[in-house]
Design a protein around this ligand. Structure first.
Ligand code: SME
Length: 162
């Protein structure tokens, strides 16, 4: 599916190491989120929509859209009972959907989206939000994408727990 796996894996490593370095002096969590969104959107061409949804601190049953790159979405607030985004919170683990058209949970953001991966972010043992990625390619996300994004989520956890 992904034409140049070697280049992609090297982009994964660079993004993780640049984000780790930035996190050492980042002034707040949102600047760290923005950096990660920018690096991913610029360097991984099949990651067509990249963004964060964080649990609303005043209502932990709702995810709220954070920094993102890609087409604007109507889904600014998503109940944890809905969508692939809600499913990742409910299951407490990464969700990969190879073909969004075949998944009844899917909430459409763009008609171009074909596949999606959602990775929870934890702090102090609880889920606080997630990284959501859409691709215009079918089955775009596999084990390498999952490890990369889970490593990004872990960096965010470390920042939040500092
Ligand atoms: N597709 C997500 C909704 C968010 S948009 O893709 C940006 C879902 O099914 O939860």
């Amino acid at each position: 599916m992904i034409e140049n796996r070697g280049m992609t894996n090297s982009a994964f490593h660079q993004i993780v190491s640049e984000t780790r370095r930035f996190a050492e002096t980042a002034k707040d969590f949102i600047s760290l989120q923005k950096l990660l969104v920018e690096l991913i959107a610029e360097r991984l061409p099949y990651y067509n929509w990249v963004g964060f949804y964080m649990l609303d601190p005043t209502d932990e049953n709702v995810l709220v859209l954070g920094p993102f790159r890609g087409a604007p979405t109507d889904h600014v607030r998503i109940p944890v009972t809905e969508g692939i985004c809600g499913a990742a919170v409910a299951q407490g683990e990464t969700v990969i959907v190879e073909d969004v058209a075949a998944d009844p949970r899917y909430l459409a953001c763009s008609i171009e989206t074909k596949s999606e991966i959602v990775v929870p972010i934890r702090a102090h043992g609880r889920i606080v939000g997630e990284i959501d990625i859409d691709s215009h390619a079918l089955s775009a996300f596999g084990a390498d994408d999952r490890s990369f994004l889970e490593e990004c989520a872990e960096l965010l956890t470390e920042y939040l727990e500092k």
